[in-house]
Design a protein around this ligand. Structure first.
Ligand SMILES: NC(=O)c1ccc[n+]([C@@H]2O[C@H](COP(=O)([O-])OP(=O)(O)OC[C@H]3O[C@@H](n4cnc5c(N)ncnc54)[C@H](O)[C@@H]3O)[C@@H](O)[C@H]2O)c1
Length: 359
C-alpha cells in the first residue's frame, strides 16, 4: 500500500522528511509554506509536483493525502497538527511536539478522536547507536537504570539573535525545548518512568554576545531574544530513579557534547555524539558504549554501528510511514511526548519560582 504525504514548512528540516518518506516508499505530493518562494524552490529541489501557501489550501486541493508532516516554527505545531488530524490525516510533527503540555494535550485529544497516528521528530531514538543500546536494554544486559545524565551542550551555538528560535512566543523556549532530544532519549532508555519532582535553574548568559552565536542557524532578525541560553535540572521519578539534565546553547565547554549516560544495575552505558565547532565533520564521533564487570575485571565495550550523519532524522521519518502502514512499531508515542513536555514545563516553572515542582 502506498501513501501520499504533504509537507508544511519548506525550511531546513524538511529535506530529511523527504528522504525518510522516500526511503519508506511514500510520495511527497505537495509542499506548503506561507512563503511561496520557499515552497517553490523546495519543490523544485526535491522534485515535488505541487505547492500551496497553507495547510488549509493543501487539504482542500489534495483530499487524497494520507498524511501531513509539520516542519514549521514550534508555535504552529499544535494548530496545524489539529487541523490535519481533524481532516483525517496521519501526522508527523517535528520536535518539540508543541510549546507546552497544554497545547500537546489538545493535539493528543485530536489524534484520539480521529483515530489517526501522531508521531514526533524524536529522531535520536532512531540513531544506530540508540537502537543498538535498546537491544542491550531489552536483553537485560543493563538491568534497571537508577540514574542517568542527559546532556546537550554547545559552546557557541545560539541559533541567531532575533529569529524565531530565540522568540519565546514563536519557539516556546530556548535549549530546554530546542535541545530536548537527550532528555527524550534518557527517558526512552529508562522506560519512561513517571516523573515526580523537578528542580531546575535556567540562565541567560551570553544572550547579547555575538561571539556565542552558532556558525549555522538562522540569520539575525527583528524578532525577540527572550529565551534562556542554558538550563540545569534534576528530575526524580515515582520509583526512585533520577535524571540530571544539562541543556545549553552557550556554555564554555571543550566542544559540543550530545550524550545520554546511565548507570544500570548490571552495566553502565553511554550514547554520545561529539560535534566539531562548525557542526558535523571528520572529527565528529558517535559512540555506543557499555561499562561492565566481567570475571573480576572492569570491562569497557564499544558497540560498532553504521554511521548516520543525520542523527536518525531520515530513519525516524521512514519509521512514521512504516508505522502508518502497519509494517513497524512506532518509535515514539504521543503519551511519551506528553510526559516529556510535562517535564520541560516543570523545568521552566521551577526556574521561574526558584523552587521544586511536584508533578
Ligand atoms: N529533529 C531535529 O533534529 C530538528 C533540528 C532543527 C529543527 N527542528 C524543528 O523543525 C521545525 C522547523 O525548523 P527549521 O529549522 O526547518 O525551520 P525554518 O525556519 O528553516 O523553516 C520553517 C519554515 O516554515 C514556514 N512557515 C512558518 N509558519 C508557517 C505556517 N503557519 N504554515 C506554513 N509554513 C510556515 C517558514 O516560512 C519556513 O520556510 C522546528 O519545529 C524545529 O524545532 C528539528
Amino acid at each position: 500500500m502506498a501513501i501520499d504525504i504533504g509537507i508544511v514548512g519548506a525550511g531546513g528540516m524538511a529535506s530529511y522528511h523527504c528522504k525518510g518518506f522516500a526511503q519508506a516508499g511514500a510520495k511527497v505530493l505537495c509542499v506548503a509554506d506561507s512563503n511561496e518562494q520557499k515552497a517553490s524552490s523546495f519543490a523544485k529541489e526535491h522534485g515535488i509536483e505541487h505547492t500551496a501557501s497553507s495547510l488549509t489550501e493543501m487539504l482542500q486541493r489534495f483530499p487524497s493525502l494520507g498524511a501531513v508532516s509539520i516542519v514549521t516554527p514550534n508555535k504552529f505545531h499544535a494548530p496545524l497538527a489539529i487541523e490535519a488530524l481533524q481532516g483525517g490525516k496521519h501526522v508527523y510533527c517535528e520536535k518539540p511536539p508543541a510549546r507546552n503540555a497544554v497545547e500537546l494535550q489538545a493535539m493528543l485529544d485530536a489524534a484520539q478522536l480521529s483515530g489517526k497516528t501522531l508521531m514526533f521528530g524524536f529522531n535520536n531514538r532512531a540513531r544506530p547507536e540508540a537502537q543498538a543500546m535498546v537491544t542491550y536494554l531489552q536483553q537485560g544486559v543493563v538491568g534497571r537504570i537508577n540514574s542517568a545524565q542527559a546532556t546537550w551542550v554547545r559552546r557557541a551555538g545560539i541559533p541567531g539573535f532575533g529569529g524565531w528560535f530565540t522568540d519565546k512566543e514563536l519557539s516556546g523556549g530556548g535549549p530546554v525545548i530546542d535541545l530536548l532530544h537527550m532528555i527524550d532519549l534518557a527517558l526512552y532508555f529508562m522506560g519512561f518512568p513517571k516523573p515526580k519532582c523537578v528542580l531546575a535553574s535556567t540562565f541567560n548568559d551570553f544572550r547579547d554576545n555575538p561571539l556565542f552565536k552558532g556558525p549555522w542557524g538562522i540569520a539575525d532578525g527583528t524578532m525577540a531574544m527572550d529565551v534562556e541560553t542554558s538550563a540545569h535540572a534534576m528530575v526524580t521519578f515515582e520509583d526512585g530513579q533520577c535524571l540530571m539534565i544539562r541543556n545549553s546553547w552557550a556554555e564554555m565547554n571543550e566542544r559540543e557534547v550530545v550524550s545520554v549516560v546511565f548507570q544500570g544495575s548490571r552495566a553502565g552505558g553511554k550514547v554520545q555524539r561529539l560535534f566539531a565547532r562548525d557542526g558535523y565533520d571528520e572529527t565528529s564521533i558517535d559512540t555506543c558504549s557499555l561499562f561492565t564487570e566481567e570475571y573480576g575485571k572492569q570491562v569497557n565495550r564499544q558497540v560498532i554501528t553504521e554511521k548516520d550523519e543525520t542523527m536518525g532524522r531520515v530513519a525516524n521519518a521512514s519509521n512514521f510511514v512504516q508505522s502508518v502502514l502497519g509494517n513497524e512499531e512506532p518509535l515514539n508515542t504521543p503519551e511519551q511526548a506528553l510526559t516529556l513536555m510535562r517535564i520541560t514545563d516543570a523545568i521552566y516553572e521551577s526556574a521561574r519560582t526558584n523552587s521544586a515542582v511536584v508533578l
